[in-house]
Design a protein around this ligand. Sequence first.
Ligand SMILES: Cc1cc2nc3c(=O)[nH]c(=O)nc-3n(C[C@H](O)[C@H](O)[C@H](O)COP(=O)(O)O)c2cc1C
Length: 308
Amino acid sequence: MPEVDLSVTLAGVRLKNPIVPVSGTFGFGEEYGQFFDLEALGGLCVKGLTLHPRNGNPPPRIAETPMGMLNSVGLQNPGVDAFIARELPRLQALDTAVIANISGNTPAEYGQMCEKLSQAGVDMIEVNVSCPNVKAGGLAYGTRPELCAEVTREAKAHAGRTPVMVKLSPNVTDIVTIAKSAADAGADALSLINTLRGMRIDPETRRPILRMNTGGLSGPAVLPVALRMVWEVHSAVDLPILGMGGVATARDAVEMLLAGATAVGMGSAIFADPMAPVKAVEGLENWCESHGIAAVRELTGGVKPWEN
Ligand SMILES: Cc1cc2nc3c(=O)[nH]c(=O)nc-3n(C[C@H](O)[C@H](O)[C@H](O)COP(=O)(O)O)c2cc1C
C-alpha cells in the first residue's frame, strides 16, 4: 500500500501531519528538542503571549486530579517583543508551522500583538479568548458573543495575511453561539477546547490546593467534553478546527478527527510522556494504513451519528 498522506491544511497553512502540541504545555519548544526532533510535528503552538511580560500566578498553581490536572499558571511569559527577538528565530528555522498564542487585556492589545507577530512572520495566530486563570480579558471575551466578535475583528484588522484562529472556552452554555460570533467576525479557524474551570480542596487545611482557589481542568478526563464540542461546532460552523482537550493517543486523535477536527492538539499528555506527540503521529499513520485510509484528512467529520 502506498504511504499514508498525513498532511492537512488548516486555514491555508499546510501541516505535514495533524499533530500539534498546544499552548502552555510545550513552552517555546526548547526543552522538548532534547527528546525528539521538533520537525516531526505538524506544527507547534507556543506559550500564551501578552503585550507585556507576566510572572503568572503565585504557587501552588498545578494540582493533580484523577485522569487530568488543574492549572492556574496565569499566562507567565516574557512578553511578545521578547518572544519575537529571542525565541521566534530558532522556531522559524525549523520545518514546522509556528502558531503564536495571544491574550490581551483589551481588544486593542490583541490588535497590537497581531501586528507585531504578523510582521515577524509567524505562520498563524491563535487568539485566546478563553483563559480561566487571569482577571482581565481572557475568559470574559470567550463567554460573550459580542466581545468575542470584537476581539476577532480587531485581531483580523491587524494580522495582515496571517491566519487568525480563535480559541474557544468550554465554560459556556452554548459553544456554537460563540463559535458563530468568531466566524461572522472573520476568524479563519477555530481551536477548542481550552480548560474547564475546576477546584480541589485539602480536607485537612480546608484550603483550596491552588493558591488562586480555582484553575483549569485538562487531560484525559476532558476528552469526551472536547469531542462533543468539536462535533457540535463542526456541524454548525464552516471553519477548520484545531481540536484539543484530553488527547493522549493516536486513537484519541482519530476520534477528534472524526468529530470534525482538521488538526489535533495535545497538551497535558505531554507532561505524562514527552514523546506522546511523536507516538501519536506514528500511531495515526499505522491506524490509517491498517484501515485502508490513504489520506488522514479523509477522517475529518467522518463520525456517523445515530439518527434519533
Ligand atoms: C499548564 C497549562 C498551561 C496552559 N496555558 C495556556 C496558554 O497559555 N494559552 C492557552 O490558550 N491555553 C493554555 N492552556 C490550555 C491548553 O492549551 C489546552 O487548551 C487544554 O489544556 C486542553 O488540552 P489538553 O487536555 O490536551 O491539555 C494551558 C494548559 C495547561 C495544562
